[in-house]
Ligand binder design. Structure first.
Ligand code: ATP
Ligand code: MG
Length: 180
C-alpha cells in the first residue's frame, strides 16, 4: 500500500484544482517559505478525518477553505481527494485503488466519499484503522509529535503500539459491541 496521489481544490493556498502524483519510494516536497508545503500535509490529515482545526494549524475548520486574496475571490468549498494504491490489499478493501474524498462548504455542510460513494466519517476512520494511516496513525509525524510520545502518558503510548500491532480495530469493535 502506498500513497498514489492527492487532489486539492479550494483547500488553503490551493484555489485551483491541483493534482499531485506520487510514486513508490521517497518523495520530497520542496519550496520557499510560505509556498504551501505544510498545507499539503494538512490536506492529507484533513481528508483522513482530522476534526481538530488546531491540528491543521487553524482556528476554525472553515479556515481550510481558500479565503481569497487581492486578485481572487474566496472559494465556496474545500475539497481534497487522497488516492491510495491498495494492490497488496493492505487496506482490507476489495479495490486496487482506493480514493477518499472530503468536501466542506462555507455553510458548514460536509461530505465524505470512499471510491466516489457517500460515507460517514466513521467509515473513513474504520478504513484507516490499524493501517498506520488515518489522523491518529503513525504515518504522519508532525513537529513535536516525538516529544509528545516520549513525554506522554503510558496509555497514549500504548495506543500507538496497538495501532502498529493491529489491535486497535479489535478494541474498537469490542467497545462498539458493548455500546449496543
Ligand atoms: P514553511 O517553509 O515556512 O514551513 P510552507 O511551505 O510549509 O512554509 P504553508 O504553511 O504550507 O507554507 O503555507 C502558508 C501559506 O498558506 C500562507 O501564505 C497562508 O496565507 C496560506 N494559507 C493558509 N490558509 C489559507 C487559506 N484558507 N486561504 C488562502 N491561503 C491560505
Ligand atoms: Mg511548513
Amino acid at each position: 500500500m502506498y500513497l498514489r496521489g492527492l487532489e486539492l481544490q479550494g483547500f488553503k493556498s490551493f484555489p485551483d484544482k491541483t493534482v499531485l502524483t506520487f510514486g513508490k519510494g521517497i518523495t520530497a516536497v520542496v519550496g520557499p517559505n510560505g509556498s504551501g508545503k505544510s498545507n499539503i500535509s494538512d490536506a492529507m490529515r484533513w481528508v483522513m478525518g482530522e476534526q481538530s482545526s488546531k491540528a491543521l494549524r487553524g482556528e476554525k475548520m472553515a479556515g481550510v477553505i481558500f479565503h481569497g486574496c487581492a486578485t481572487r475571490k474566496e472559494s465556496p468549498f474545500a475539497q481534497v481527494t487522497l488516492t491510495i494504491d491498495n494492490e497488496d490489499g493492505a487496506l482490507g478493501v476489495d479495490s486496487e485503488m482506493v480514493s477518499v474524498t472530503r468536501k466542506l462548504y462555507k455553510n458548514g455542510d460536509s461530505e465524505y466519499l470512499i471510491n466516489g460513494s457517500p460515507v460517514r466519517l466513521k467509515d473513513v476512520n474504520e478504513l484507516f484503522m490499524d493501517t498506520g494511516l488515518g489522523k491518529d496513525g503513525y504515518s504522519i509525524v508532525g513537529q513535536g509529535r516525538i516529544a509528545d510520545i516520549v513525554n506522554g502518558k503510558g496509555s497514549d503510548r500504548r495506543e500507538i503500539f496497538e495501532e502498529a500491532a493491529g489491535v486497535a480495530k479489535f478494541r474498537y469493535k469490542k467497545q462498539e459491541a458493548e455500546r449496543k
